[in-house]
Design a protein around this ligand. Structure first.
Ligand code: GLN
Length: 309
């Protein structure tokens, strides 16, 4: 049976309204605190490039930790399985910016999606390209390529604002340096990480960008291959188990898709071999994931029957 995506998205848009009052906008990054809570957008992109959207799907926001999917994919390409000498693939069961586990586990982060893990990945990219500016350029170009959109860039004001309050991420990087799991200058890498977190995209662009992960590493529109099938499987598996930090189990339970959230209020998810989705709503739940975004995705998999389970 043909699924009427337009009708389903409109139904979700109507039903989600009361949820938009809930949750809190991330305020630990002052430049993000200005976002109005009651915003919502949702987009899906299918293999033939057709797009369905509701809400403010043209409005760009800070993708924050969603960028960790893109840097993880790039590091997998460059280092293959060697990256797992420096970062694991187990859920952490801790908040995204937690320090405690890192000390117990000798400076090796649990997975590439908690902050410590993403910082190690950025450090690996800086080691590879030998320069943090070149690294950022390569990350931006990768995101531009997977989304077929040359316009995509980061917001320097948000990156700077996070740098000025980046004590915890600097602490994580320093702790890893003390365990010899950090190769480059801590400040330079952390600032590069904040810059890729400050990439600005809207839900249309994000759902388009994720399509290659829904199709085994190859973009079905341009036929460009960005990852091998095996690497794409790995990225999706880590999204499923670790993409929502200590709420990853809940997300799998309620939504049933590989997905990744960011404190800017965005969530991306993929339905393997079918489509990719992005939602945006900046009110966050206590785990730092979009409150309304998570509920919207749960409604989507319930109404369409499209989940991996
Ligand atoms: N830049 C943010 C941070 O490091 C990313 C966190 C997130 O989106 N969960 O705190």
């Amino acid at each position: 049976m043909q699924i009427d995506y337009k009708q389903i998205l409109e139904k979700i848009y109507k039903e989600i309204k009361p949820e938009l009052k809930k949750g809190e906008v991330a305020s630990y990054i002052p430049a993000l605190a200005k976002e109005k809570k009651e915003q919502f957008a949702m987009s899906i992109t299918l293999a033939d490039g057709s797009n369905y959207s509701v809400g403010d799907s043209e409005k760009r926001f800070s993708i924050q930790s969603i960028s960790k999917v893109f840097t993880f994919a790039q590091a997998l390409n460059l280092y293959q399985d060697n990256i797992f000498k420096r970062v694991g693939v187990e859920p952490s069961g801790n908040p995204f910016n937690s320090l405690v586990q890192l000390e117990y586990e000798n400076g090796k982060p649990r997975n590439p999606f908690i902050n410590a893990g993403a910082l190690v990945i950025t450090d690996m990219l800086v080691s590879y390209y030998k320069d943090e500016y070149k690294t950022l350029e390569v990350i931006l170009n990768f995101v531009r390529e997977i989304s077929s959109n040359k316009e995509i860039t980061f917001d320097p004001i948000i990156a700077k604002s996070e740098m000025e309050h980046g004590f915890r991420n600097l602490a994580l990087a320093n702790l890893m340096k003390s365990f010899n799991n950090f190769e480059n200058d801590v400040k330079n890498v952390v600032f590069t990480y904040f810059k890729h977190c400050a990439i600005m995209m809207n839900t249309k662009e994000l759902s388009r960008a994720m399509l290659f992960l829904a199709f085994g590493g190859e973009d079905p529109i341009t036929n460009k291959r960005f990852l091998t099938k095996l690497q794409a499987k790995r990225v999706n598996a880590v999204m499923l188990t670790c993409g929502h930090y200590d709420a990853s189990g809940e997300f799998a339970y309620h939504v049933g898709l590989p997905g990744k959230s960011g404190v800017g209020g965005g969530i991306v998810a993929v339905v393997p071999n079918k489509l990719s989705i992005a939602v945006f709503s900046p009110g966050l739940n206590e785990f730092g994931n979009s409150h309304a975004g998570t509920i919207a995705l749960e409604k989507f998999t319930t109404y369409t029957g499209l989940s991996i389970f």
